[in-house]
Design a protein around this ligand. Structure first.
Ligand code: FAD
Length: 412
């Protein structure tokens, strides 16, 4: 008898499947496609152990104005779709007030601190060391004022959380990345993060590891989830119906839609991002985040991948990669960017909660229903770390990290 059905095989889903399997549970992992083909495929591939403070909503007038008039490349919005986001955005604004944000960051830092340690055994067991570099990534600052500000911030983060960095002069940055034709005012090199040259392949390899260890992966539609007469859970799959005592919702940006059917209303700030790969003359050693232009350019198996900031738009809205075009232009000023590899850019949604914390734990109104979603900007980083916390909650162990800040009932 299957103990648990895990719905969704992105980083969040494969990670909880592996954690429960390790504890002797019989696990069926269900996805409509293969593991790691959605958001966990399209990201910038950084296991961000430096991201101890989540992305807050900007509250200063200058930044808000630049977003409003469309000059910011960090956030782009389509005015007609704004009403759809209003509830989540108002809560995001409220949680981004300095005092609340400090508390949220303190909680966030506790899970970020576990990220690389929880990925490490999975990378080793999955045999995908070749996809991972453990040398950090760099943030380019184009003006001296921006660089000075970034150094002060990095010093503060180092003092408060122990996150390590090195400030690079323009010449040091050029020596580290010989393909760059412009190194601005230098860079902050965050030393501890890991970077992955194919994030979808890493997620897929975790999914294959789960199957090699005896787990069942099956194609199915999570929207068929229903309660059984005996109080368990049933989902219809390509192999027929599967029943289990427990179900975990790990559907990333699709999680709130499914949960609405069970009477849960989770507001989500749905931040769409785009990526595209490019050929280039020369490559990069490590990813670069261009602070002034809000994109990341990362060396990947398919070429240099540019990923963009946040677009607030309709769920089904056609792609409008304004930010990608600007990012391309900006990237062209630091290196010789060649032709795009794909005809069309990829688009996906960061599943961000308005309080910037993922939703981890028991669904408040349904026994045996567990939630593991809302990892926002750092779900690729956090999947294994929060999966361990959830598995411990499900098996009645004491969570290795304080779980209360992430409890699903906070939105009840
Ligand atoms: C542009 C961009 C850059 C990013 N960069 C980074 C980064 O560098 N580092 C980082 O840590 N994070 C990054 N992120 C965030 C990260 O990618 C996400 O937080 C993370 O991938 C979410 O994982 P998930 O498993 O929750 O969701 P997903 O990976 O989306 O998985 C959800 C799964 O559910 C399945 N599913 C959905 N509906 C159904 C259904 N009805 N039936 C069956 N299956 C279903 C999907 O097929 C999918 O496989 C980035 C995101 C974006 C968009």
């Amino acid at each position: 008898m299957t103990n648990v059905i895990v719905l969704g095989a992105g980083m969040a889903g494969v990670s909880i499947a592996l954690q429960l399997q390790k504890r002797g549970w019989s696990v069926a992992l269900v996805d409509r496609t293969e593991p790691g083909l959605e958001t966990s495929y399209g990201n910038a591939g950084i296991i961000q152990s430096e991201a101890v403070e989540p992305y807050a909503m900007p509250r200063d007038i200058a930044t808000l104005l630049s977003i409003a008039i469309g000059t910011s490349n960090a956030v782009h919005y389509r005015p007609l779709t704004l009403p759809q986001h209003l509830n989540a955005l108002l809560r995001y604004w409220w949680n981004s007030a300095p005092a609340r944000y400090r508390g949220i960051s303190a909680a966030y830092a506790t899970i970020i601190a576990q990220a690389t340690a929880e990925h490490a055994p999975l990378i080793a067991a999955a045999g995908v060391e070749h996809l991972v570099r453990r040398e950090g990534f760099r943030v380019l600052h184009r003006s001296q004022t921006a660089m000075d500000r970034a150094v002060r911030n990095a010093e503060r983060v180092n003092k408060e959380y122990g996150v390590t960095f090195k400030a690079l002069s323009p010449a040091e940055f050029a020596a580290a990345e010989p393909s760059l034709v412009n190194t601005g005012a230098g860079a902050i090199h965050w030393l501890a993060p890991w970077t992955v040259s194919n994030p979808g392949a890493l997620t897929g390899a975790y999914g294959q590891l789960f199957q090699r260890l005896g787990g069942t992966f099956v194609h199915g539609d999570a929207d068929t989830l229903e309660r059984t007469a005996s109080g368990g859970w049933r989902v219809t799959t390509g192999n027929g119906p599967i029943e289990a005592e427990h179900a975990v919702v790990a559907l990333g940006p699709w999680s709130p839609m499914l949960l609405a059917r069970f009477g849960y209303f989770y507001p989500m700030v749905r931040k769409r991002g785009y990526h595209r790969h490019y050929r280039a003359q020369g490559t990069l050693n490590l990813p670069i985040m261009d602070d002034a232009n809000s994109y990341v350019i990362a060396p990947m198996e398919k070429g240099l991948r540019i990923t963009t900031g946040a677009e607030l738009t309709g769920n089904e809205a056609l792609p409008m990669p304004v930010q990608l075009r600007r990012a391309e232009e900006a990237a062209g000023t630091i290196l010789k960017l060649g032709a795009p590899v794909e005809n069309r850019p990829w688009a996906g949604v960061r599943p961000c909660m308005p309080d910037m914390l993922p939703v981890i734990g028991a669904a408040p109104k349904h026994e045996g229903l567990w939630l593991h979603f809302g990892h926002g900007h750092q779900g690729f980083t956090l999947g294994p770390a929060t999966a361990r916390m959830l598995a411990e909650l499900m098996t009645g162990e004491k969570p290795y990290v304080e779980a209360a800040p992430f409890r699903p009932g906070r939105y009840a």
